[in-house]
Design a protein around this ligand. Structure first.
Ligand code: AMP
Length: 612
């Protein structure tokens, strides 16, 4: 491995970065720095956040600045205000010993006038979010005619956020004979297009494997029932008393709810999402950065640009829709040579997504074992003891108070005293976990569902019930109609609005069952019952009634407390093309006749009888 000096980094910059604790170059720096210190060199680098990319492009840019010429020489584009401030701050730190070097962050959401004034005074490097820069260009308060280097940092994020046109417009205003550098966590077709259009003979650098989370991150998944998700989160957090983590949620609402619950229950947590004002977000981020906050509950978007290096964990409270967001999330831990854990708390139906993510990161998730109440209490107890052992005693300051304290505790033995001190800290956990039911892990991840049988249960397969949070619906189309999952999805797409989560689909011969998220079931019923499919009228009903009310038309067997049939069975009968069930059962009537045999043999026997 080379030193920064061997890479050609100047003495002033080396002094500054040494003070920042940079001893050795990181791999991306080793590749990029010497190359950029040369002339006319374009670079496409696939590098995640946390790989040291800011210094990789930042150090050469600073070194190449001609201080005597106070005009914009380098432009760095990035997606968010936070990242903009972060980069500008880092560059200023690297340039600590270079007199007169000016770096200006330019971003939306703050006074444009003060940015215009700073531009008028003259700057060497502009770090900008695309929207605000376009605004300044339109006001003719900034000229990019002197820019020799353009860096697009987190280019994939910028495109995701809809900045494609702005980037095109900005690059059109920068002279052709520039260096262009593109940093992205992923290589999408759109990134390739930008690279092809705006870069010349670019050197391609991939840090780590393409699209892979860093090797320092362990990925662990806990598969639990949806109703246990929050309790599982608490257990995991409790099991790691030193945890310093971001908990990612999918929506702003969920983010706030989880943060509120955690705060109410005494956790050192807060929320970060787009419904908060900029000032509130800044405050929370600052609290988190300086570790005044242990748990930050955040949405993906709001957490962008929050640069914190030493997270012990990233917790995915459910998985994001796209695998890229997962890589971004997990890339926030295990940084700067440290190890970290990315935890996913999921339910069974998210297992498919887990597999997709595994393919992209090239790693398997470990199946997490849910810590028991006892294990948690033990961990917390040892944390208390450890803190007591390590606490700094300010002998002089407490000396005056100690005689009173000794007098008050005089009657307690050493053992009693220790027990009381421990309980003082520890009772919160003991109270919570004392009689708490353990949380069931519902899947082994590699195999199927974890077997769960209650005492005395014989394991007889009953009618299927919908997964927690989902409703099971019946539809009068099946495999014999050439009706397959893709057809169901297009029926839903064509007749309902918005995104509807679809769960398990069970295709039968003449009909099918499918699950949709509970909240959407009513709309799906309404919409599909108006629809037709290849000339047939579609009929959809609720099917999830195995141990609930019998569906309309179902009678009760005399003398039996149980419904005669489940809704599922009723649908099977109602829509089966073999109609000899009618001889046993008339909808709306009491159940008469013997229990029909619906097995293959039963059908065979009956059709033989009919033929006779
Ligand atoms: P970045 O990918 O630019 O966000 O950098 C990730 C973190 O690594 C930042 O906190 C940097 O300060 C830190 N860092 C960058 N280069 C080095 C280095 N050579 N040695 C130690 N830390 C570094």
């Amino acid at each position: 491995m080379k030193t920064f000096e061997e890479l050609g980094v100047s003495a002033e910059i080396r002094q500054a970065i040494e003070e920042m604790g940079y001893e050795q170059p990181m791999p991306v720096q080793e590749e990029v720095i010497p190359y950029l210190l040369g002339e006319n060199n374009d670079v496409v680098a696939l590098a995640q956040t946390g790989t040291g990319k800011t210094a990789a492009y930042g150090l050469p840019l600073i070194q190449k600045v001609d201080i005597s010429h106070r005009v914009p020489q380098s432009l760095i584009l990035c997606p968010t205000r936070e990242l903009c401030l972060q980069i500008a701050g880092d560059l200023s730190d690297y340039a600590k010993y270079i007199d007169g070097l000016r770096v200006l962050p330019v971003y939306g959401g703050s006074s444009i006038e003060s940015q215009i004034r700073a531009l008028k005074r003259g700057v060497h490097i502009i770090v900008a979010t695309p929207g605000r820069l376009i605004d300044l260009m339109e006001r003719k308060t900034v000229s990019l005619a002197t820019v020799q280097n353009v860096v697009m940092d987190e280019a994939d994020e910028m495109l995701d956020m809809g900045f494609t046109d702005s980037i095109d417009a900005i690059l059109a205003d920068v002279p052709e004979e520039r260096n262009t550098l593109l940093f992205s966590a992923t290589m999408s077709p759109e990134i390739s297009r930008i690279a092809q259009n705006y870069l010349h003979d670019a050197k391609e650098i991939t840090i780590g494997r393409k699209n892979e989370s860093t090797n320092t991150v362990k990925h662990v998944a806990y598969c639990v029932h949806a109703k246990d998700k929050y309790a599982a989160l608490k257990r995991i957090v409790d099991y790691y008393p030193q945890i310093y983590a971001i908990i990612f949620c999918r929506t702003r609402k969920e983010t706030q709810e989880i943060a509120d619950k955690l705060m109410q229950e005494g956790y050192n947590a807060d929320s970060l999402h787009g419904d908060l004002s900029q000032a509130q977000r800044d405050q929370v981020m600052q609290k988190f950065r300086i570790r005044n906050l242990q748990l930050l509950v955040a949405t993906d978007v709001a957490a962008r640009g929050l640069d914190v290096d030493d997270l012990t964990h990233v917790i995915n409270y459910g998985l994001p829709d796209d695998t890229e967001s997962y890589t971004h999330r997990s890339g926030r831990t295990g940084r700067a040579g440290k190890t970290g854990t990315s935890i996913a708390i999921i339910n069974l139906r998210e297992k498919g997504k887990l597999r997709q993510i595994e393919r992209v990161i090239g790693k398997k998730f470990e199946a997490g074992e849910m810590p028991t109440g006892k294990q948690i209490c033990q961990k917390q107890l040892m944390k208390v003891i450890d803190d007591v052992e390590k606490v700094k005693v300010n002998e002089e300051e407490i000396a005056d108070f100690m005689p009173d304290v000794y007098r008050k505790l005089d009657w307690l033995s050493k053992e009693d005293l220790i027990k009381r001190m421990v309980s003082h800290e520890f009772n919160r956990f003991l109270d919570y976990y004392r009689d708490r039911e353990e949380i069931e892990i519902t899947s082994t991840l590699d195999g199927g569902r974890k077997e769960k049988r209650n005492k005395g249960e014989k394991g007889v397969k009953g009618p299927r019930q919908a997964e927690e949070g989902y409703a099971r619906l019946f539809i009068n189309l099946g495999k014999s109609d050439n009706f397959f999952p893709a057809d169901l999805i297009s029926l839903l797409n064509n007749h309902t609005r918005g995104r509807i989560a679809v769960g398990r689909i069970d295709l039968m011969r003449n009909f099918s069952f499918f699950e949709v998220e509970e909240g959407a079931a009513k709309n799906v019923l309404k919409a599909l019952n108006r629809a037709s499919w290849r000339g047939r009228k579609v009929s959809v009903e609720v099917a999830d009634a195995a141990d609930k009310e019998p569906v309309k038309g179902e009678g009760k067997r005399k003398g039996s407390a149980k419904p005669a049939r489940t809704a599922t069975r009723a649908h099977e009968q109602k829509y089966s093309k073999k109609d000899d069930w009618k001889q046993f059962f008339q909808p709306g009537n009491e159940f008469r006749g013997p229990e029909p045999d619906f097995s293959e043999e039963g059908w065979a026997k009956r059709s033989k009888k009919k033929k006779k």
